[in-house]
Design a protein around this ligand. Structure first.
Ligand code: ADP
Ligand code: MG
Length: 601
C-alpha cells in the first residue's frame, strides 16, 4: 500500500503557520503590513492579554470586495504578485499570500471589510482554518481583523508563549518600528484598554521619532545621509559615541521601509564606529536603506525579516561610509579616506596636449568584478594600515603578563604611580602589578552596594532639581518592573505624566549626572525577556551598573593616598581580581620574567 499522501489544506496551513506565526507580535506584523499595503492612512492596533486573547487591527485602506475577503484566507492567495517575474521587484510588504491562511489556521479570526463602492461590508468568520460564516455587516471603507485565542488548537505552540509582559513588549516594539518606517500613517496602539502609542501623521522621520521617543532622544542623534540611489541610499539617525548600549535592541533597520534584522547591516554600522566604540557596545540607530527594488531579494524567509542584497559588499560599504561621515561631520572621527580617487583635474590645454592623435586600441582584459572587489579591499587595507600609528604587537602584554589569581594576591602591595592616568603601577612580593583603576573601583563599589542592599541600609542623596527624562514605549514596560528594585539601592523615581520620569534621589556615590545614563543602560539591558529572572540576578545587574557609573574613570590622575585607599579596599572585596563584568582587575609581570627578559637568568 502506498504511504505518501498530500496533506489536507488546514494541516498544510498549520505547518506554514509555524514559520509565519511565532507569537502575537508576528501576527500583528502581518496584519499591519497588509494595512500598509492597502494604502491605509490610519492604523489602530488593540491587544488584550499580550495579544493571546485578542489582537485587533483596523485600517482605512482600500478594503476588499466579498469574493476577495473569502479568497484572502486561501493559501497562496494574493493580489500583490501574479507571475514569477514579479518576484524580481517586490514593491509591497506582503507577496507570499500565506499570512492570513496561516493565522486563520491557528486562531479564531473575524474579518470585516468594505471598499469605497460597496453598499454593504462583508464579515467573514473563520476558526482553526474552517470557514464558519459570511454575512453582511457595517464597516466604513477599510478592514478590521480580530484575531482571538491564538493557538487555541495548537497546545504545543501555546506553551511557548511567554508571560503577557514579554509578548506586550514585542508588540510594542513592532508598532514602534512600523510607526517609524511610515511617518505619514497615523498609528494608535491600545493595550488592555489603555492607549500606549498615539502618533498622528508626521511630516518626516524626525517629527515621528520625536512623537515616539521624545525630545531628548532626538537631541543626541546625528543625521545620516549618504549612499547613492543606484546601490543604496542610507538615511536616518545614529547615536553619538557617548550614548552606548549593550545590545542591538536600539537599532532599527529598514530596507525599502521594511523592518529587517540583518547581521550584515548591523556589522557595517558597528564598523562605522570602529575605534570609537569598543567591542560589545552598540550605538542606537534608525537607519533606512533604500535600494532599487531589483537590487534586493525579500523572499528569503517566510516572515520576511531577512533580505539578501544583490551587491552585498557595496551596500555594506555604503552603510559604513554614511555612518562614518555622520560621525565625522559631528567631529567624532576623521572623514573616511576616499577609496575611489577621481582623476586629477586637468587644464584644457594639458588635456589636448596629452590626448593621443589617434585612438589607440589596447587589448587589456577588463578586470572581473571579483578582481575589482579584491583591489578595493586591498586599497582599504593598505590605507587603514597607514592611518594607524605604529603599535607594539597586541599580544606583547599577554605574553609576559598574566591576570592575577586570588591565591597569589598578598596584602603587600605598594603603589608607585600611574600609567596613562588609567592604570596604577604597583609592586608586590612576586613582581610588578598593573591595576585597572576603573574596574578596581567598580569591584569595590559593587560589593559595597550589594552589602548595603542586603543589610537594607542604602544611602541616597536628594537632588535639588529632579532630573526628568522620557521613556520609549518599550522602556516604559520594563521601567515599572525595575522601579522597586532600583529603590532598594536608594533611587527615588517618579512617573510623571505619560512616559516622562523624574529622578528625585540617587544612590550616595553616584554622580547626579550619571544617573540618567545608568538608567538608560539598565532599561536597555534588562529587557522584558529577562523579566522572570531571579530577583538576585536583577539586583546584581543593577549593582554592577551602579558601580560602573559611580567608579573612578580612566584618564583620571589619582593622588598616592587615593591609590593606597583603592588598593586596600579592593583587597577586602569578595573577588579582588575580577570585576563584576568578568574582566581582570590586576595584571602581573613576574620577577622571574623580568629577570629572563634582561637575560639575568
Ligand atoms: P499577502 O499580503 O502576502 O498578499 P496575505 O495572506 O497577507 O497575503 O493577504 C492576502 C490578500 O488579502 C492580500 O494580497 C490582499 O489582497 C488582501 N488583504 C489582506 N489584508 C488586507 C487589508 N487590510 N486591506 C485590504 N486587503 C487586504
Ligand atoms: Mg500580507
Amino acid at each position: 500500500m502506498s504511504k505518501i499522501r498530500v496533506l489536507a489544506d488546514h494541516v498544510a496551513n498549520q505547518i506554514a503557520a509555524g514559520e509565519v506565526v511565532e507569537r502575537p507580535a508576528s501576527v500583528a506584523k502581518e496584519l499591519v503590513e497588509n494595512s500598509i499595503d492597502a494604502g491605509a492612512t490610519r492604523i489602530t492596533i488593540e491587544i488584550e492579554a499580550g495579544g493571546r486573547r485578542l489582537l485587533k487591527v483596523s485600517d482605512d485602506g482600500e478594503g476588499m470586495v466579498r469574493d476577495d475577503a473569502i479568497l484572502a484566507f486561501e493559501r497562496h492567495a494574493t493580489s500583490k504578485i501574479r507571475v514569477s517575474d514579479d518576484l524580481i521587484a517586490i514593491g509591497t510588504l506582503g507577496f507570499r499570500g500565506e499570512a492570513l491562511a496561516s493565522i486563520a489556521s491557528v486562531a479564531k479570526v473575524e474579518l470585516t471589510t468594505s471598499t469605497e463602492e460597496a453598499t454593504a461590508a462583508t464579515r467573514v468568520a473563520i476558526e482553526g482554518g474552517r470557514m464558519r460564516d459570511v454575512k453582511d455587516a457595517a464597516h466604513p471603507r477599510g478592514t478590521t481583523i480580530v484575531v482571538r485565542d491564538l493557538f487555541f488548537n495548537v497546545p504545543a505552540r501555546r506553551k511557548f508563549l511567554r508571560a503577557e509582559a514579554t509578548e506586550t513588549f514585542h508588540l510594542t516594539n513592532l508598532v514602534t518600528h512600523y510607526a517609524l518606517a511610515h511617518p505619514e500613517i497615523s498609528f494608535v496602539f491600545v493595550n488592555n484598554g489603555r492607549e500606549v502609542v498615539r502618533a498622528v501623521p508626521a511630516k518626516d522621520l524626525r517629527e515621528r521619532a520625536y512623537q515616539i521617543f521624545g525630545e531628548e532622544f532626538l537631541e543626541n542623534l546625528l543625521v545620516v545621509d549618504g549612499g547613492d540611489s543606484q546601490i543604496a541610499r542610507i538615511t536616518g539617525f545614529v547615536s553619538a559615541p557617548r550614548d552606548r548600549r549593550t545590545s542591538r535592541d536600539s537599532q532599527y533597520l529598514f530596507v525599502n521601509r521594511r523592518f529587517v534584522r540583518d547581521r550584515m547591516i548591523g556589522r557595517s554600522l558597528s564598523e562605522g564606529y570602529r575605534s570609537i566604540l569598543p567591542h560589545g557596545v552598540y550605538p542606537a540607530a534608525l537607519l533606512f536603506i533604500d535600494t532599487p527594488l531589483e537590487e534586493v531579494d525579500v523572499n528569503v524567509h517566510p516572515a520576511k525579516t531577512e533580505v539578501r542584497f544583490r551587491r552585498q559588499a557595496a551596500v555594506a560599504d555604503a552603510v559604513r561610509e554614511a555612518v562614518r561621515n555622520a560621525l565625522a561631520s559631528a567631529g567624532y572621527v576623521q572623514p573616511e579616506p576616499q577609496i575611489v580617487q577621481s582623476p586629477p583635474p586637468q587644464t584644457a590645454a594639458a588635456a589636448v596636449a596629452s590626448s593621443p592623435p589617434q585612438p589607440r586600441i589596447e587589448f587589456v582584459p577588463l578586470p572581473s568584478g571579483e578582481e575589482i572587489a579584491r583591489d578595493i579591499e586591498e586599497m582599504i587595507r593598505s590605507s587603514s594600515v597607514k592611518s594607524v600609528s605604529p603599535l607594539p604587537p597586541i599580544d606583547s602584554a599577554e605574553k609576559l603578563t598574566s591576570a592575577v589569581t586570588p591565591e597569589t594576591l598578598s596584602s603587600n602591595i605598594h603603589p608607585l604611580g600611574q600609567l596613562e592616568e588609567s592604570f596604577i603601577i604597583a609592586t608586590d612580593d612576586e613582581g610588578l602589578l598593573l591595576i585597572d583603576q576603573h574596574v578596581a573601583h567598580e569591584r569595590v563599589l559593587f560589593d559595597k552596594y550589594r552589602g548595603l542592599e542586603s543589610e537594607r541600609r542604602t544611602e541616597s542623596q536628594q537632588l535639588l532639581v529632579p532630573e526628568t527624562f522620557d521613556l520609549t514605549p518599550a522602556q516604559a514596560a520594563v521601567f515599572d518592573q525595575l522601579v522597586p528594585e532600583l529603590e532598594v539601592y536608594g533611587f527615588e523615581l517618579m512617573r510623571l505624566s505619560g512616559r516622562t520620569v523624574a529622578i528625585r534621589a540617587v544612590p550616595a556615590d553616584l554622580p547626579a549626572g550619571e544617573a540618567r545614563n545608568m538608567l538608560f543602560e539598565l532599561l536597555e539591558t534588562v529587557d522584558a525577556e529577562k523579566k522572570n529572572n531571579a530577583r538576585e540576578t536583577l539586583r546584581d545587574e543593577i549593582a554592577a551598573s551602579l558601580a560602573c557609573h559611580a567608579a573612578i574613570k580612566v584618564n583620571m590622575p589619582l593622588a598616592p593616598e587615593k591609590m593606597r585607599w583603592l588598593i586596600d579596599r579592593l583587597l577586602q572585596t569578595s573577588s579582588p581580581t575580577t570585576c563584576p563584568h568578568g574582566r581582570p582587575v590586576i595584571l602581573r609581570l613576574k620577577m622571574k620574567d623580568i629577570l629572563k627578559g634582561f637575560h639575568r637568568i
